[in-house]
Ligand binder design. Sequence first.
Ligand code: 3PG
Length: 220
Amino acid sequence: MTSPLPSSPAASVLDLAPVVPVVVLPDASDAVPLARALVAGGLPAIEVTLRTPAGLDAIREIAAAVPEAVVGAGTVITPEQVAACAAAGARFLVSPGWTDVLLTAMRGSGLPFLPGVSTTSEVVGLLERGVSEMKFFPAEAAGGTAYLKALASPLPQARFCPTGGIGPDNAAEYLALPNVACVGGSWMVPADAVAARDWGRIEGLARAASYLRTAGGTCR
Ligand code: 3PG
């Protein structure tokens, strides 16, 4: 199938897709069929986390074998990981939080990146450093839609990809907010489906999530 996404690096992670699956893979040999299922379900932007030792190999395999996917790296917390992910073919970087050291490395990679925030001061800190697009993590635990709504008035220039505790029941509520461009989550990649290599189930969950693109007509 043809990817609706640009083949050149996106300027922004937030422009890739309204829903980004967050993948935790125990076995890199599952990476390619999993990525194909997500793409077939309509979710081509995929965040593979570095939380398992298989993460980096999974990124490498998807980048090489599934060109219609836009594979990124998640849970990136060190400059060494930034370099390794870029070398593996990651097309974007996501971190759960940020430091100046990490920001410098992410900027230096030339890849679009999404640093994580969970407080107002962290948002202001990123704006001060010229970064206006960020991951809001852990979204539900850190205040959810009420928190993001409250930030929209004083800090309208900040745009978010909330992640953490988001699922089919609350994703549309996030996507309807003016300062939310996309949401991330693992709900379409359940661990038991991955363990069972049930790619059909994952494709179906991805397809249902991809319909959120038009829910409420507010997605960009
Ligand atoms: C993330 O890695 O960004 C989140 O932990 C994913 O959160 P979820 O599993 O609650 O969707």
